[in-house]
Design a protein around this ligand. Structure first.
Ligand SMILES: O=C[C@H](O)[C@H](O)COP(=O)(O)O
Ligand SMILES: C=C(OP(=O)(O)O)C(=O)O
Length: 450
């Protein structure tokens, strides 16, 4: 029997429309938008509420130090790059990192993609000017096109449907890869052995050899590798574009509660976490586990007020605070924030995003980050939590499975000139496949130091 939603709950789902909603596009044709959102509301949900509940329980475990979250994927997914190869490479990268981290942390790793919906981007400026011509900024494939023409940059509601269908196709392949044998532990281990053949990574040989021995030990003990052929993989994106999130919100027939079924986990960005804003209101009304980005201006009181609004019943796993302070500031700014939340006592999961506080522009004009800064913020995050006796619960990374050159450094030493070789991101720079694996090995080193 299915449980009906309380009519007041349904009405509340549109309360955000009366509130300030930042970072939303100016749609030129309200009639067309209404047609598209009506169509979206009639399409099947992309995920099932029960999966979101399962994830919430796992995130609660990460908050207690009984699991570790690895959340990674593109800064901005694009329709053009939703190809079999690109998706496979990304999944491989996340699974390879997860095996290394599982060994290093001796904890189950929750695998989550910034995937199958990461199509909307908040921007610093509403417009972009080139050679005296000013057009709307690119806000992600779900809103407008990247080409610098008036036509491409005009927000087009049709893109919401394309985002839905591309997310569905991506999720379909992700589910196939992660349940069909492709992700088996032994296979992933073989890929990692391939990575270690590069002499640039000889520093990690000892850890790699230990993992190898552990797997051989498991085999000798008769471990059921068939049971390790499948992994659970969750989809997440920034809950930014409310005209997409609202029509994909569905009432869970088991409980009568609304879930945003565009992904398992949605996060509220640094630019949209205003307490009286549309995003906080909207996400307070759906029952998915939620992330909240906290940047350098966030105070302990801000964090507590966000918890009051978004998790009044103190449900474990509901709130993941994703801190992104910057390498130079994490050791100064994070302690007071964490202390205040810890003193409050309500459960939260702390995750480090070492990407968004470490952006720089290269002399040649590329938006980039230094691998060393990224790793330094991760180190600072672990140090702060260890010092306070709180739990570092995971990592949130912008990465790709391809061999791009967008972040400076790493053992392959991408330098300023090297950036031009394969700089493909449309917004922010991502770790490439090698840098991502290197990060996983370095995190194991950090875990050992603690
Ligand atoms: O991914 C994060 C933001 O969308 C991005 O950093 C904004 O970039 P901008 O400052 O170029 O607009
Ligand atoms: C925009 C993002 O981050 P933040 O909100 O932390 O700036 C992001 O993760 O894509």
């Amino acid at each position: 029997m299915s449980v009906e939603a309380d009519p007041r709950v349904l009405e509340g789902l549109d309360a955000w429309r009366a509130l300030p909603a930042v970072q939303q596009p100016a749609w030129p044709d309200a009639g067309r938008l209404a047609q598209v959102t009506g169509r979206l509301a009639s399409l099947p949900p992309l995920v099932f509420a029960g999966e979101a509940d399962d994830l919430r329980a796992r995130l609660a475990a990460a908050g207690r130090g009984e699991a570790f979250l690895l959340q990674g994927g593109d800064c901005a997914e694009t329709f053009a790059e939703a190809t079999g190869d690109r998706i496979r490479h990304k999944i491989m990268t996340i699974l390879q990192m997860a095996v290394v981290l599982t060994y290093g942390a001796s904890l189950p790793v929750i695998k989550m993609g910034r995937m199958a919906g990461q199509y909307a981007k908040p921007r610093s400026a509403d417009t972009e000017t080139r050679d005296g011509v000013t057009l709307p900024a690119f806000r992600g494939d779900i809103i407008n096109g990247y080409d610098f023409t008036a036509q491409a940059r005009t927000p087009d509601p049709q893109r919401l449907l394309e985002a839905y269908h591309t997310s569905a196709a991506t999720l379909n392949l992700v589910r196939a890869f992660t349940t069909g044998g492709f992700a088996s532990l032994q296979r992933v281990h073989e890929w990692n052995r391939g990575f270690m053949q590069n002499p640039a990574y000889s520093r990690y040989e000892e850890i790699a050899a230990e993992i190898d021995r552990a797997i051989r030990f498991m085999a000798a003990c008769g471990a059921d590798f068939d049971a390790l052929r499948t992994v659970d993989f969750f989809a997440s994106h920034e809950g930014l574009l409310l005209d997409y999130e609202r029509p994909l919100t569905r009432i869970d027939s088991r409980t009568g509660r609304p879930y945003d079924c565009s992904g398992h986990f949605l996060w509220i960005g640094e630019r949209t976490r205003q307490l009286d804003g549309a995003h906080v209101d909207y996400f307070s009304r759906v029952h998915n586990p939620l992330g909240i980005k906290l940047g350098p201006t966030a105070t302990g009181d801000d964090a507590l007020a966000l918890m009051d609004r978004l998790n009044p019943t103190a449900e474990p796993g509901r709130i993941t605070f994703i801190t992104r302070m910057g390498a130079g500031r994490v050791r100064d700014l994070l302690p007071s924030l964490v202390e205040k939340v810890a003193a409050d006592g309500r459960p939260v999961t702390w995750v480090c995003d070492p990407m968004h506080g470490n952006g720089i522009t290269s002399a040649s004009g590329y938006k980039t980050r230094r691998f060393s800064d990224v790793m330094d913020e991760v180190a600072g995050f672990f140090e702060v939590h260890r010092a306070l006796g709180t739990v570092p619960g995971g990592l949130h990374i912008e990465l790709t499975g391809d061999d791009v050159t967008e972040v400076l450094g790493g053992s392959e030493e991408i330098d300023e000139e090297g950036l031009a070789r394969r700089y493909e991101t449309l917004v922010d720079p991502r770790l490439n496949h090698q840098q991502s694996l290197e990060m996983a090995f370095q995190v194991v080193e950090l875990l050992r130091q603690h």
